[in-house]
Design a protein around this ligand. Structure first.
Ligand SMILES: *Cc1c(COP(=O)(O)O)cnc(C)c1O
Length: 355
């Protein structure tokens, strides 16, 4: 069998509903993000059933996949666009996050040509060092962008946190974003109603009632699918955490030493594994590898199983402490982290089973 990824649509629906309800109580609109699912239409449909209005995607190919499976917009393009793809993005997405004046100019041209309206959110970097104009230069650049727009509609500012620098959402950085919006409004005498302040990592701020008034849109993926918040290193107690389960088959069972024999170099991926001498151990090899998921980030459902290491197609697990008997041909199940889920969803060798 191929590795199997069980997708529990009812748990995803429940999570989407809970996040939606929680945010709307605080006056925040939810953009539900499907990029970690490769734009999976079954999942997108469930998000719609939960009442999600805008679907966020990072790849135009995923938006195309959704549309061709009958999922309708509005769609938001999350990754700041490539000039080479702008044509199709403007055609298919109702909202686009942007951070370059050249891109805004091009979108405006296309909108004018097609007599088409597209909404833009200008990204501001409040410290995480991924996309966006640096906050100290933001007012000037966003004002310039606003002046370029006529058919395109600049409707707000946004920021992304917790992705490169691991910077956490705070009252301070959310206030910075709000101040930038207010200053741009003052200088242009126009209104910019959307303040798109966060992703999963910002939910905590809302839970603690510390989100400044005025931040009114969150773009959320991880929390809905996994019920975790990797940036804050926490599980979100009010969400389901096993909507996705990965299953793989045992192809070898042997007892071997825990330290290799012979002079050692690097592994197949250029890494230098650490070995701890625990004596001889009972180990299983699974038909699963780096190609299918991020094995080192899998969380075995049986806590006595320990993932030791993996190469492209083999994952080695220590089962010395497992009570039940395991045989070749049996399977093992795992929860996933965001990175492990991303790779599993995007790998064609992993079978997706919707339950
Ligand atoms: C991926 C992404 C999100 C969603 O992030 P999660 O941590 O999965 O909630 C939000 N905004 C942007 C710009 C993204 O790229």
């Amino acid at each position: 069998m191929r590795p199997r990824l069980y997708v529990d649509l009812s748990k995803i629906r429940a999570n989407a509903q809970r996040v939606l309800e929680f945010l709307s109580k605080h006056g925040i609109e939810l953009v539900a993000v499907t990029k970690v699912t490769l734009g999976d239409p079954n999942i997108a449909r469930v998000l719609r059933e939960a009442g999600v209005r805008i679907i966020g995607e990072s790849r135009i190919q995923n938006v195309e996949r959704l549309i061709s499976s009958g999922v309708t917009g509005p769609f938001m393009m999350l990754r700041i666009p490539q000039l080479s793809e702008i044509d199709s993005i403007v055609g298919l997405c109702d909202y686009i996050l942007v951070s370059e004046l050249d891109v805004v100019r091009k979108i405006e041209e296309l909108c004018r040509e097609k007599k088409h309206r597209t909404k833009l959110i200008y990204m501001v970097d409040v410290g995480d060092l991924r996309e966006g104009v640096w906050y100290e230069n933001a007012v000037e650049e966003v004002v310039q962008a606003a002046k370029m727009c006529d058919w395109a509609e600049l409707c707000g500012v946004g920021t992304n946190l917790g992705c490169y620098g691991g910077v956490l959402a705070s009252e301070e950085n959310m206030r910075m974003l709000l101040n930038i919006r207010d200053n741009v409004e003052r200088l242009t005498k126009k209104s910019f109603p959307i303040v798109s302040g966060g992703n999963t990592s910002a939910l905590k701020l809302v839970e603690e009632e510390r989100l400044p008034q005025g931040v009114n849109q969150f773009r959320v993926g991880e929390a809905i699918y996994l019920g975790t918040d990797v940036t804050n290193n926490r599980e979100i107690s009010w969400l389901e955490r096993d909507a996705f389960i990965l299953e793989a088959e045992v192809i070898e069972l042997k007892t071997k030493p825990s330290v290799p024999v012979g002079e050692t170099g690097f592994d197949a991926f250029g890494r230098k594994p650490n070995f701890f001498d625990k004596g001889w151990r009972r180990r299983a090899i699974l038909a699963l590898g780096e190609q299918d998921t991020v094995p080192g980030q899998l969380k075995p459902l049986d806590e006595k199983v320990e993932v030791i290491h993996a190469s492209s197609d083999h994952t080695i697990v220590d089962i010395s402490d497992v009570d039940r008997s395991i045989r070749v041909g049996d399977t093992m199940k795992f929860r996933l982290t965001y990175a492990a889920l991303l790779r599993a969803m995007t790998c064609p060798h992993v079978e997706k089973i919707y339950v």
